[in-house]
Design a protein around this ligand. Sequence first.
Ligand SMILES: [Zn+2]
Ligand SMILES: [Zn+2]
Length: 358
Amino acid sequence: MSKDYYKILGVEKNASQDEIKKAFRKLAHEHHPDKQGGNDAKFKEANEAYSVLGDEKKRQQYDTFGSAGPNMGGGGFNANDFGGFDFSGFSQGGFGGSGVEFDLGDMFGDIFGGGRQRQKRGADISIDVDLSFKESIFGIEKTVVLNKTSVCADCHGNGAKKGSKMRTCSSCAGKGKVTELKRSIIGSFQTVRTCETCHGSGSIPEEKCGSCHGSGVLKKNQEIKVKIPAGIEDGEMVRLTGAGEAISGGVSGDLYIKIHVSEHSVWTKEGVNLVTQLDVKLSDALLGTTYELETLDGKVDLKIPEGVSFGEILRIKGKGVPSGRGRGDAMVKINITMPRRLSKDTKKAIEALKNEGI
Ligand SMILES: [Zn+2]
Ligand SMILES: [Zn+2]
């Protein structure tokens, strides 16, 4: 499953922003890759965790949609292209400056700043999920199983055997980048690319993780829990940042879930309201009565007022679609059914009504 950011920072789920900040600083100093015994993977992991938990809004999203890891960079996706929910908003190095007091420039410069190079990114995955009408109204948590390349759970993607020491990558001498001299007719020029041996981290484990053979990723069936919000529309897209294909030495792609909502036999949705039509007998419309009606919340007794007219809308408060401001209403449009044929006696009775002026 996805990373537990609270665990990474070693804080409780209800930790205050202060505690989170403190925990992150401690880890950042401890693991900073420029330091003797620093650990780049751990440092990045702490960074990633803090970029989410250190931001109330992102933290809330993470708490709610827990399975989504943030996209740490370079995705190049514009969430506005999708009608759905964007859980990302994490730009490269996007710590927003909020609440981080020490010098970010120095600290992150080496890791994020230096390169205009695009970080490797796993492929996006898109899947379809079918919902019943009721599920779409109230929201639901769906579990999907995907066979995909995932971050190795044993080494958390750093490719190291548990407890293994990290040593400086010999291919790049710990720089994470390799400079090459290329010759062409107009002269020779230098190109810089990410080191393939260490994937740019500058260090490699002395012993490789046995599960993923050091790649940090492996193909497996992964269960992903997707929280579908209440009131989702047919055709809407839910995006889980980081739940796509993982890639060795890069960030995971995103998972796009296209929602299909089946129609209900009785109710349709209009904004925050649920709408239906109810056939009422002529005599019931004239005299008034109670009809039993099946709402999405179960059966209700709907009072048909005396003399209700054709097309009148009866409102059942608070039985509509949940929204940020409570629930909408269920609206029942009255249709009065006329008798096709009248018996002799009925005709007589109605003629009597007619004489009364009805
Ligand atoms: Zn592994
Ligand atoms: Zn290297």
